[in-house]
Write a protein that binds this ligand. Structure first.
Ligand code: NAP
Length: 492
C-alpha cells in the first residue's frame, strides 16, 4: 500500500487494537484512514474499524485483569507509569511529528503536548502513592475507624482529537495508579498519538488486559464501552451533545466525568494594556486554530477602548502567517478535520449575516493550501448576545467582539451563556481582578493570562453545561473520580 507525501509514495502503516495484551486486527478486518489536515492526500495511518464485539472483548479483558492489578503493589504500578513517561519523553520528537501530521497543530505545540503527557504520568505516579483515606476519633478505645480509597474496576476513557495525547494521559494515569483497568477509545480523527501512549505502556510492562486500546466509530464502539454495568466509570472529553447523550444512557452504577464544550470570554477593561489584551485574544483564541475547548471566542470590550482595541486586533490578525504546522514560522495551522472546516465556514456565513464582518473567514486556496483545511482567522464586531456566533461553540479561528458599557454590563454578558469552562480579564485594577474572580461563572479563571492552558497539578473542569463538574480532572483531586470510599470499623 502507498500514499502521497509531498510527491513521494510511502507505505501506509496499519495499527491494531490492544486487547488483553495483544495487538490485534478487528474481527471484521475493516479499517479507516487517519488523514493529514495540512494535506489530506496524505494518509498518516490506517486503523481498525472495530465493531461492538471487539469493544466487548476489550471490556472483558479489562474486567479480567482488574483483580490482579488492584492487588499489584502501588510502587509497581507507579514504576510502570514512570517507565511509560520515560518512553514518551525519549520518543517525544517522533511522536510530536506524528501529532502535527494527524492533527495539524504546530510542531512546537505538539512537542509541548507530548512532554506534558509524560509529566502527567510522572505526577500521578507520585501523587497516587499518597492519596489516602482518613482515621476517625471515636469513644470506643478498642475500635479503629478509618476510611480507605479503593479502585472502581473497569474505566472507559473517550477522548477528542484536539489534544490527542495529553487528554488521554490525564485520564488514564490517575485511573491506572488508583488500581483501575482501562479501555481507551481515541478520536477517530487523531488516533495515532493515542496509539503511541498505549505502546508506551506496553513497553513499560503493563500487565495484559490492564490497558486496552480500541479504535472505531462512536456508533459501533460507543454503546459497548459506555452502556454496560461492567464499566464502572466513564471519563469523557468532547462535545456537549455527545457527552450529554452518553451521560443519559449510562447505567445507574456507572460514574461519569464529562468535560465538554465552551464559549470562553475575554473581558477587556478600560484600563487594560491594549497590546497585551490583543496578545491574549490572539494566543487564547487563535493559536490552536481556535480548536481548544478553553479557546477565547467572545471578546467583551468596554465601549471606551472598543474601537482602539479592535483596530489593533484586526491589524494583528491580518498579519498572521498561516500554513502547515511543520513550518515553525507559521502561526496558524489547518483545521483538524473536514467536518470542522465545514462547521467553521458555515458559522462565518452566519456571522456575516448577523454581525459586522471585519476580516478573514475565507477558505484559503493556492500553493500549500489547496489540499489542506485552511481558513483565514475571522473577526466580527457589533456582536450581540442573541446572535448565534455569540452563543454557540464554533471551535475554530473566529473571534466575536461584544461591546459592554462598564464592568457590570461586561460580567452580565460574560455569564449569559450555557457554558462555563474558562474566562479571562485584561485589567490593571486589582479591585476588578478580585471582583472578576468572584463574579464569573467559570471553572477556570484567568487574570491577564490566556483562557487556554492549565497546569498538570491544578484542578481542571467547567461549570454549567461545560462539565458534569462533580469531579475535576488534573491535580490531586482527579484521583477522587477513580476511587470509591469504604469506611471500616475495626474492633478487637
Ligand atoms: P466529539 O465529537 O464529541 O467526540 C469526542 C470523542 O467521543 C471521540 O472519540 C468520539 O468518537 C467519541 N464519541 C462521540 N459520541 C460518542 C458516543 N455516543 N459514545 C461513545 N463515544 C462517542 O468531540 P470532538 O469533535 O472530537 O472534540 C471537540 C469537542 O471537544 C469540542 O466541543 C470541545 O469543546 C470539546 N473539548 C472539551 C475539553 C474539556 O476539557 N472540556 C477539551 C477538549 C475538547 P469518534 O471520533 O469515533 O466520533
Amino acid at each position: 500500500m502507498s500514499l502521497l507525501n509531498g510527491g513521494e509514495r510511502l507505505a501506509i502503516e496499519e495499527f491494531g487494537n490492544l486487547i488483553g495484551g495483544e495487538w490485534r486486527a478487528c474481527a471484521s478486518g475493516k479499517t479507516f484512514d487517519d488523514l493529514n489536515p495540512a494535506d489530506s492526500r496524505e494518509i498518516v495511518g490506517r486503523f481498525q474499524a472495530s465493531s461492538a464485539a471487539d469493544a466487548r472483548a476489550a471490556v472483558e479483558a479489562a474486567a479480567g485483569a482488574f483483580d490482579g492489578w488492584r492487588k499489584t503493589p502501588i510502587t509497581r504500578r507507579a514504576a510502570i507509569l514512570l517507565a511509560a513517561a520515560d518512553h514518551l519523553s525519549s520518543n517525544a520528537a517522533k511522536v510530536a511529528l506524528e501529532l502535527t501530521r494527524e492533527e495539524g497543530k504546530s510542531i512546537a505545540l505538539a512537542k509541548d503536548e507530548v512532554l506534558r503527557s509524560a509529566q502527567t504520568l510522572r505526577f500521578y505516579a507520585i501523587e497516587g502513592q499518597s492519596f489516602t483515606g482518613e482515621t476517625f476519633p471515636n469513644d470506643d478505645p478498642d475500635m479503629l475507624v478509618y476510611s480507605a480509597r479503593e479502585p472502581l474496576g473497569v474505566v472507559t476513557a473517550i477522548t477528542p482529537w484536539n489534544f490527542p495525547i495529553s487528554i488521554p494521559a490525564r485520564k488514564i494515569a490517575p485511573a491506572l495508579i488508583a488500581g483501575n483497568t482501562v479501555v481507551f477509545k481515541p478520536s477517530s480523527d487523531a488516533p495515532l498519538t493515542g496509539y503511541r501512549l498505549a505502546e508506551a505502556f506496553v513497553k513499560a510492562g503493563v500487565p495484559k488486559g490492564v490497558f486496552n486500546f480500541i479504535t472505531g466509530s462512536a456508533a459501533e464502539v460507543g454503546p459497548a464501552i459506555t452502556g454496560t454495568p461492567a464499566v464502572r466509570a466513564i471519563t469523557f472529553t468532547g462535545s456537549t451533545a455527545a457527552g450529554e447523550q452518553i451521560h443519559r444512557s449510562t447505567p445507574l452504577t456507572t460514574r461519569t466525568q464529562m468535560e465538554l464544550g465552551g464559549k470562553n470570554p475575554l473581558l477587556v477593561m478600560a484600563d487594560a494594556d491594549l497590546d497585551k489584551a490583543v496578545d491574549l485574544a490572539v494566543k487564547g483564541g487563535l493559536s490552536l486554530t481556535g480548536q481548544a475547548c478553553t479557546g477565547t471566542s467572545r471578546i467583551i470590550a468596554l465601549s471606551s477602548i472598543r474601537r482602539a482595541f479592535t483596530d489593533k486586533l484586526v491589524a494583528r490578525v491580518r498579519s498572521m502567517k498561516i500554513g502547515s504546522g511543520m513550518d515553525p514560522t507559521n502561526e496558524i495551522g489547518p483545521l483538524a478535520t473536514k467536518k470542522q472546516l465545514e462547521t467553521v465556514l458555515s458559522y462565518v456565513e452566519i456571522g456575516r449575516k448577523e454581525a459586522q464582518h471585519l476580516c478573514g473567514g475565507e477558505r484559503l486556496t493556492g500553493a500549500g493550501y489547496d489540499h489542506g483545511w485552511y481558513v483565514a482567522p475571522a473577526v466580527f464586531t457589533g456582536v450581540t448576545q442573541q446572535m448565534r456566533i455569540a452563543r454557540e461553540e464554533i471551535f475554530g479561528p473566529v473571534l466575536a467582539i461584544i461591546e459592554a458599557s462598564d464592568y457590570e454590563d461586561a460580567i452580565a454578558k460574560a455569564n449569559d451563556t450555557e457554558y462555563g469552562l474558562s474566562a479571562a480579564i485584561a485589567t490593571r485594577d486589582p479591585r476588578l481582578m478580585h471582583r472578576f474572580a468572584q463574579d464569573i461563572q467559570s471553572g477556570t479563571v484567568k487574570i491577564n493570562r490566556t483562557t487556554t492552558g492549565n497546569l498538570v497539578n491544578a484542578p481542571f473542569g467547567g461549570l454549567k453545561r461545560s462539565s458534569t463538574s462533580t469531579f475535576r480532572e488534573s491535580g490531586r483531586g482527579a484521583l477522587e473520580f477513580f476511587t470509591q470510599i469504604k469506611t471500616i470499623y475495626q474492633g478487637i
